[in-house]
Design a protein around this ligand. Sequence first.
Ligand SMILES: NC(=O)c1ccc[n+]([C@@H]2O[C@H](COP(=O)([O-])OP(=O)(O)OC[C@H]3O[C@@H](n4cnc5c(N)ncnc54)[C@H](O)[C@@H]3O)[C@@H](O)[C@H]2O)c1
Length: 265
Amino acid sequence: MKDTKNKIACITGAASGIGQAMAHRFITQGMQVIGVDINQDALQATKQASKHPDNFHPFTVDIANEDAVNQFANEVKIQFGVVDMLCNNAGIGAHKGRIWDISSENWHQVFNVNFWGITNMIRAFVPMMLNENKKRYIINTCSGVALGTQWGQSPYVSSKSAVLSLSELLFHELKKDESAIQVSVLVPTFVQTRDYLTVKGDLPNEDDVLQANDVVDIMLEGIENQRFYIFTHPKGLAKRVQVKMESMINRTDPVFSEHLYYKEK
Ligand SMILES: NC(=O)c1ccc[n+]([C@@H]2O[C@H](COP(=O)([O-])OP(=O)(O)OC[C@H]3O[C@@H](n4cnc5c(N)ncnc54)[C@H](O)[C@@H]3O)[C@@H](O)[C@H]2O)c1
């Protein structure tokens, strides 16, 4: 994205991990960052840790709550105008276990944040972003788990698969309407954040682990090159896609996506 000075970015999950790294980077690039999170204290800490705290505007919002998101979007419009960049990054992990053993409460909780959170944000912000047909950006954060077949955290994997489809649909709809909005789906895996720490025990290959800042580099490079699919681990994730597609084309059983496919080096 060229000419970032005073452009407005809205980032969900801005108080930790990848979202926080995005916020800090965008601020160093001269942007005004609207940081959304459910964790008010962590938002304040993120503001204080910023190089230019005045350019970080914290909003405590639960993105799973449609009314709260709509109210927030109206406030943003009044205070800042239309956002130039919308990063739908917030997401939560799920309990482990068989589909039927995981509580329905956890199923709903994960879908409410990971799927409905992004849907609520898109529904609240895209109509405003369509105005004037200016170049604007939407980046939805998915996960590498959506590209393969994996078991153990079924609410998480299913919700991220929905995010992938939703993002592809958003791309097509905006293209059909000849909108200038550029859509990307960020597909991370193995990033050293709070989320990552919860699955750390499962990781076979520590060399593949990235820092949140690396993800921001990869994301910005992808946006610059007008890429829709932005993969943090292109080789390993492409292998996942290939294996999945081959089993669909050949109509064989789904193949379990082993961590082996992530080896980048
Ligand atoms: N870290 C990884 O290895 C990894 C891998 C694949 C995908 N991802 C995805 O990347 C995104 C960021 O992950 P992270 O590792 O930085 O996680 P993180 O836990 O460090 O940060 C997520 C932030 O989202 C906020 N949040 C949670 N629920 C919210 C809600 N209802 N409303 C508003 N904010 C809410 C949290 O308070 C937290 O600050 C997530 O969507 C995650 O699924 C991460």
